[in-house]
Design a protein around this ligand. Sequence first.
Ligand SMILES: [Zn+2]
Length: 307
Amino acid sequence: MDRNAYWKFVKKTREPEAVEKSVAYLAEHLGKFLRPGERVLICFPYREKGSLSDLFEQAILRCHAEPVVWSDLLWKTLLRQAFVNRVTAIIGPPLILLGLMKLKRHNETPLFIRKVIVSGYPAPEWMIDGLVQGFDCEVGGCFGLEHSGIVAGFACGKSWGVHLWDEMYGVDIVDDTGKKLPEGMQGQVVLYPKCAPELRLPIGDTAVLTTEPCPCGSKAPRLTNLCYGGLMDSDLDALANHLMSWTSILDCHVKKGEFGLELEVICFQGEKLPQLPTAARMIIRPWDPATDRPLMHASSLKIPEMM
Ligand SMILES: [Zn+2]
């Protein structure tokens, strides 16, 4: 993904008029299931003004529900805030929500979550399944980019497709050379704002675009057969995914260093771990409630000042 194009795209979505439209769009969708007074935990590590976190907070208030924002980004606090506030809905990136599910399970904390909204939808199927089973809840998704404030659609309430936000965003499905494919064919998803179609963002997932009306009644263009990933380092990604699919592992960080694979694994003491690959550098340690925050919280994704 071209970083420069990405930040130009993000900047566009953070203009006041675009923010207002995004909040109204989210409120319309959240309003379909949020109950007045219900407490909703917002679990994003990134929450500058105009970010997804900020947009969701404003949209929840507009639905007369009560947003609870993760205060200090400690895993421990996430669990405590969910419990103390008796939240019944949670919104955030899938791996953070899975982390909360694992903490709940390990600590045997009674949480009664009835609705989970995953950002960065589509997420891999095992993540969605883990959330559905771990919380015994309904899972929906917003088609957005986590650190950006880009909200380009919402998961269909009935099928597993995504309805695009037609007024603001367009999608092209392209082949490996970047050539646009006809409707109905599977290919790479390229997103663009309708007000600036030259800002093209390959999001790294593949899908089929259809303009046929959805069985749910919506006439918005729809992405179906969504397949996650494609632009990341597939080996590292697959390893991280495999590790994170274990409930005994709260968090992990996988990268290729100078001498080979580097691995950091935060686990729950006394629980069975998967077989780990040999690595040039390996840290395996139990969760430290006093200090541990999500490892993937990268500071490198801040918007550069000059933009
Ligand atoms: Zn639908």
